[in-house]
Design a protein around this ligand. Structure first.
Ligand code: NCD
Length: 307
């Protein structure tokens, strides 16, 4: 039985296959409408979410399956003190697969050790968010036609942003990837990622503060929200929350074939005027997220592809 806890749990070849399956679902979703008839996904969300939880649920419903779960720790037995290990043993009796979001790093990994069903990490603290990464990879591959030879700007809260950590891990495996890491000094990518991934693999990267200066060289600009819930004090959050605001004036500095991604939710970091720019891809990215999660559920449940 396989779980997805970290984007590196799948090889590059397996990710290619998964993205191919997601693209064939996109091309003809009706063919896949019954491949998971009778199967259930449990969404165990101990932290708020709109997109990720609904996207998992939509994915399973689109495949003909059904959904159960909870959307906050308060509405689960966690509020009575139940451990993740016990909860997953119980949920294993009810569902065929589960997606777990948790504020503590490593909670989905602990769950996987006690589970009888595949566990998908739907975001654990400031650590990893592998299904957002699969979504990001599908978006980039669909828009640019490749996952190699790209200059990728990651902008905003690179310290606490788990989507950024997972995306760096995943993209670092492709040829010719260059990163421009755009953040205030306090919100830089953690050293463990620089040491274990970027330096260890000799990946070209630069840490800069100025977004304008970086714009012209980027193929992809990945904007992120400052992660308020992970700050130790509100003053620091307020000081940094509007450190970057992408607007039309900044978009003028970018190439015509650059695309803007954002895992969402957006707060102030992308001005709504940018939404009408054809290079704004963040709402298309949400749609890709459903196809990718459909492909992932099929893969982990080892469901037969329709002929
Ligand atoms: C992200 C997350 O939860 O890490 N959202 C998402 O899943 N699309 C990004 C964020 O909350 O800023």
């Amino acid at each position: 039985m396989r779980h997805l806890l970290n984007p590196l749990d799948f090889s590059v070849e397996e990710i290619d296959e998964l993205l191919d399956l997601a693209s064939s679902i996109e091309a003809d979703p009706r063919r896949y409408a019954h491949v998971c008839d009778g199967k259930k996904i449990a969404t165990l969300f101990y932290e708020p979410s709109t997109r990720t939880r609904l996207s998992f649920e939509a994915a399973m419903l689109n495949l003909g399956g059904s959904v159960l779960g909870f959307s906050s720790a308060d509405s689960s037995s966690a509020s009575k003190g139940e451990s993740v290990a016990d909860t997953i043993r119980v949920v294993s009796c009810f569902a065929d697969i589960c997606a777990m979001r948790h504020p503590k790093e490593g909670a989905p990994m602990v769950a996987s050790l006690h589970s009888r069903i595949p566990v998908i990490n739907a975001g654990d603290g400031g650590h990893q968010h592998p299904t957002q990464t699969l979504t990001d990879l599908m978006t980039i591959r669909s828009l640019k036609g490749r996952l190699s030879n790209l200059t990728v700007g990651l902008c905003g809260d690179l310290k606490f942003g788990r989507t950024v950590h997972s995306l760096i891990n995943a993209l670092a495996r492709y040829e010719g990837i260059r990163f421009v890491l755009i953040s205030p000094p306090e919100l830089r990518v953690p050293d463990y990622i620089k040491d274990d991934v970027l330096n260890a693999k000799n990946i070209e990267y630069r840490e800069v503060e100025n977004l304008d200066a970086a714009m012209p060289e980027l193929d992809i600009l990945y904007m992120t929200r400052v992660q308020r819930e992970r700050f130790f004090n509100e003053e620091d959050y307020i000081r940094m929350k509007d450190c970057y605001i992408l607007d039309n004036a900044k978009m003028k500095l970018a190439r015509e074939d650059m695309f803007v991604l954002h895992p969402l939710p957006r707060v102030n970091e992308i001005s709504v005027e940018v939404d009408d720019d054809p290079r704004a891809a963040y709402f298309r990215q949400v749609q890709y997220g459903v196809y990718v999660r459909m492909a992932l559920i099929m893969t982990l449940l080892e469901v037969e592809k329709p002929c």
